[in-house]
Every structure is written in structure tokens, then in C-alpha cells.
Design a protein around this ligand. Structure first.
Ligand code: GLN
Length: 452
């Protein structure tokens, strides 16, 4: 019944929302039947979940919202999908996103944008806008996203939902179509913090098939969310990042953020101003590191091994076919990243761009480490602005990149961070971000749950 109710809801609203690229009705009902038959049990048995289309699902189309993978059905499941199935969740289908997870609005999906359920004329965030919108529109109670620079948290913020990026390496990347391997982190999207923690616990943990997976037990995120929900934060020190305080944020976002800070103080938390002087360089460093890794990862889409092949008429060289395939198969933002990354890695420029960006990454990590000597978590708005109208930031890539101003430092550092709804600005949702030290995912859930 639960699975059917969500499939019905998708039928009723997804034409307008366009959260899904593919709905797997048969698979969902079969999974639900297994739960009914008592074959699986546990806290998430029978709970529907939507999965971002950048994650491999056996036999179910997986495109990363790109034309170059149109029609591809992976022969295997990602580790986290295996774990979702083992937990008895019911996969409803695959959600829309910016192509290869590059973007902040889903406008770069090759299959058309997702509309924000709060205002269909506005973006749902990105790149995981489909997962967040599916939750906001009650098409799914849980969803999986991936966060390379903010793609779980920023869509969460602008759709009034919860989105958490676990510690890098805390969730397996096996079966995730790689964008920037040193940053990519799968994680949960949900309607409240405890649900996010339950989903987090179901997918997290060591995976020998991912060389950067952390061989340590997962912190008790569910217990921490429940503890936070009791509303006691006495003794918890919240660091407000000085460099994120003013410039660039909409006034309505700042006032919702400050009201939430006051609410947390009433629960016993202490506010400490901290300085993270290198955060201002996070955006430029990210836009060298992420495209560099992407240019290398996306080399595999050559028209030979997967999906699309263009111009293979028997008269053209292999190189011509590859070039025609990539020309036709990749969208403009993906091409921009490949060109930027290839340039940054090229001999003679490597030290000046990629090498420098890596040094900045180290300085940002040190900023986090010294901040966490003084405070338990850092807090900020999740994104400087609420959901913006379609088309308003596509003509200038930098305007789009600014959506991740506050989320990107965490990715460069590797720690966990969550976005939790904290009120409205001009009738649109605002997100509150909690950033914790690496491996302290439980601490982030505790503070976030207290805010609900
Ligand atoms: N918006 C950022 C980008 O375009 C982050 C994307 C992500 O987290 N996948 O790179």
C-alpha cells in the first residue's frame, strides 16, 4: 500500500514537478511484495526511496542525466543500492539532476529541469534537485543524493527538506558515476533529521570495493538524532564562521539563520565567532580540483564502451567517432568543465593551477581543524540565496557557482555537513548548515535535530 500510494502520487504530480527520469513501477512493487512476504525486516523495510540517476542500479536505466548514457542499464548495483535492497527499502526510480552532477539548479539536465514544488517557476537546487523535489512533493519519503560541492545540501535548503553529506569515505562510491573522486560523497535526503539518520545508517560503512572507504564503524547517527530531538544542547559550542556572516547572502536568509541561532542558544548552546580565513578561496580551488578530476573521469565516455556512439559509418577514424560522440553527447556545462580541467592539468600549467589549488585545499582543512579545537560544530546558512527563477543564473557560470559558496569548504576538507530547514524568506525555504569534524557525523545530527 505504501509503495502503491507513492507510485500514485508520482502519477498525479510528476508531470508538473519532473523529479524522476525513470519510475521503476514493477521493481518497486516486487520489492514491496518481498517485505509483505516477511523476507526482509528492519527499520526501513517497505519504505520507498528514490535514487539519484548518477548511481548504478542493475537493469534500471542510469544516465547521470546525460545524452551520452541514454538507455544504459548497468549490469550491477552500486554498493549503496545493494544495501538499500538488503534493508528492504522499495526503490521507486531514478531522480533528475544536472548532467554528471555539475550544476546547482538541474537546468543542466539533458532531459529538462525539475521544478521546485514550492514554486514551479523556480529551481529545486542542484545537482540533486530531483531527489530533493521528490521528497518536498511527497513523491518519496527518502532519497539518495551525492554531494561533491553541495549537491545534497543546497537542494535540501531550497526545497525545505533535510540533506546530509556524510564524512568523505563514510559512504561507498562503488557504483557511483564518478565526477570528482576525491570529493564525491553519497548521502541521505529526507523530510526530517531522524529519517535522514536512518537512511544514512542503512547505506554507510566500510566497502572493500571503494579504496577510499573508511574501515571504521559508523557513528551512532540515529541515536544522536534522537538525542538532539530532546532539545538539550547545553555545553555545545557552535562556531559562526565570520567570513560567511555578511556579504553575498540575501537579507531574508540571514535573518532566518540568526533566528535559528537564537533558538539554539535557548536550548543551551553557546555561540562562538570563529575565523576561517581561507574559506574565501574555496570556490576557486574547487573549480580547479573538481573539473580536473572530472576531465579525467569523463574520458571513459568515448563512444566505445558505453551508451551513445555517433558517426560510426565505417569511413571515419576511431578518433573522429570519439570526438563526434562527445560533441553530441555532452552538454555545455560538462564541456566547460572538461576543457577547464584539461587545461589545469596540462604540462606547464599543472603547478600553477592544480598544484596551487591542492595547497589551498590543505589551508582550508587547517582552518577547519583549528576551528574544531575551539567549537564542536560550525554553522552557517546553507546557501546565500533562496530558490531562484529558471534562467536567472545560466548566462554567467559564476553566478551559478555562487550557490555553493557555503557548502564547498566542507567538501574540500572531507567532514560531514547537513542542511536543515530553518524558516522562510519571502515564502521560500531557507536552510541552516551544521558542519562537524571528520568522523563526527553523529554530532552534526544531534545539533540538526535540536533545530527541528
Ligand atoms: N554545484 C556544484 C558543481 O556544480 C556542486 C555539484 C555537486 O555537489 N555534485 O560542481
Amino acid at each position: 500500500e505504501v509503495a502503491q500510494a507513492h507510485l500514485d502520487r508520482i502519477d498525479a504530480v510528476d508531470e508538473r514537478v519532473h523529479a524522476f527520469l525513470h519510475v521503476d513501477r514493477e521493481g518497486a512493487l516486487a520489492a514491496a511484495a518481498r517485505v509483505d512476504a516477511g523476507e526482509v525486516s528492519g527499520p526501513l523495510a517497505g519504505v520507498p526511496v528514490a535514487v539519484k540517476d548518477v548511481i548504478a542500479t542493475k537493469g534500471v536505466p542510469t544516465t547521470a542525466a546525460s545524452k551520452i548514457l541514454e538507455g544504459w542499464r548497468p549490469p550491477y548495483d552500486a554498493t549503496l543500492v545493494e544495501r538499500l535492497r538488503a534493508a528492504g527499502t522499495v526503490m521507486l526510480g531514478k531522480t533528475n539532476m544536472d548532467e554528471f552532477a555539475m550544476g546547482s539548479s538541474t537546468e543542466y539536465s539533458a532531459y529538462g529541469a525539475t521544478n521546485n514544488p514550492w514554486d514551479l517557476g523556480r529551481i529545486p537546487g542542484g545537482s540533486g534537485g530531483g531527489s530533493a523535489a521528490a521528497i518536498a512533493a511527497f513523491e518519496a519519503p527518502l532519497a539518495i543524493g551525492t554531494d561533491t560541492g553541495g549537491s545534497i545540501r543546497q537542494p535540501g535548503a531550497v526545497t525545505g527538506t533535510v540533506g546530509a553529506k556524510p564524512t568523505y569515505g563514510g559512504t561507498s562510491r562503488y557504483g557511483l558515476i564518478a565526477f570528482s573522486s576525491s570529493l564525491d560523497t553519497p548521502g541521505p535526503c529526507a523530510r526530517n533529521v531522524e529519517d535522514a539518520a536512518l537512511l544514512h545508517a542503512a547505506i554507510a560503512g566500510h566497502d572493500p570495493r571503494d579504496s577510499t572507504s573508511i574501515p571504521q564503524p559508523v557513528p551512532d547517527v540515529v541515536g544522536a538524532a534522537r538525542l538532539g530531538a530532546t532539545g538539550d544542547l547545553s555545553g555545545v559550542k557552535l562556531g559562526v564562521v565570520k567570513e560567511f556572516a555578511g556579504d553575498g547572502s540575501e537579507p531574508g536568509v540571514l535573518s532566518a539563520f540568526h533566528e535559528s541561532l537564537e533558538a539554539l542558544v535557548k536550548l543551551g548552546a553557546e555561540i562562538v565567532e570563529v575565523s576561517c580565513p581561507h574559506f574565501q578561496y574555496a570556490l576557486p580551488a574547487y573549480y580547479l580540483i573538481a573539473p580536473s578530476e572530472a576531465s579525467s573521469n569523463l574520458a571513459r565516455f568515448d563512444g566505445v564502451r558505453y551508451g551513445l556512439r555517433v558517426g560510426d559509418d565505417g569511413n571515419r577514424s576511431l578518433e573522429e567517432v570519439m570526438s563526434l560522440t562527445r560533441e553530441a553527447g555532452f552538454g555545455p556545462e560538462v564541456k566547460r568543465r572538461i576543457i577547464l580541467g584539461t587545461y589545469a592539468l596540462s604540462s606547464g600549467y599543472y603547478d600553477a593551477y592544480y598544484g596551487q589549488a591542492q595547497k589551498v585545499r590543505t589551508l582550508i582543512t587547517r582552518d577547519f581543524e583549528s576551528a574544531f579545537e575551539r567549537v564542536d560544530v560550525l554553522v552557517s546558512p546553507t546557501t546565500p540565496f533562496v530558490a531562484f527563477p529558471f534562467g536567472s543564473r545560466t548566462s554567467d557560470p559564476y553566478q551559478m557557482y555562487l550557490a555553493d559558496l557555503f557548502t564547498i569548504p566542507t567538501n574540500l576538507y572531507g567532514g560531514p555537513a547537513i542542511s536543515v530547514p530553518c524558516g522562510l524568506s519571502e515564502g521560500l525555504p531557507v536552510g541552516f548548515q551544521v558542519m562537524a569534524p571528520t568522523l563526527a557525523d553523529d554530532r552534526m545530527y544531534r545539533v540538526a535535530a535540536a533545530l527541528e
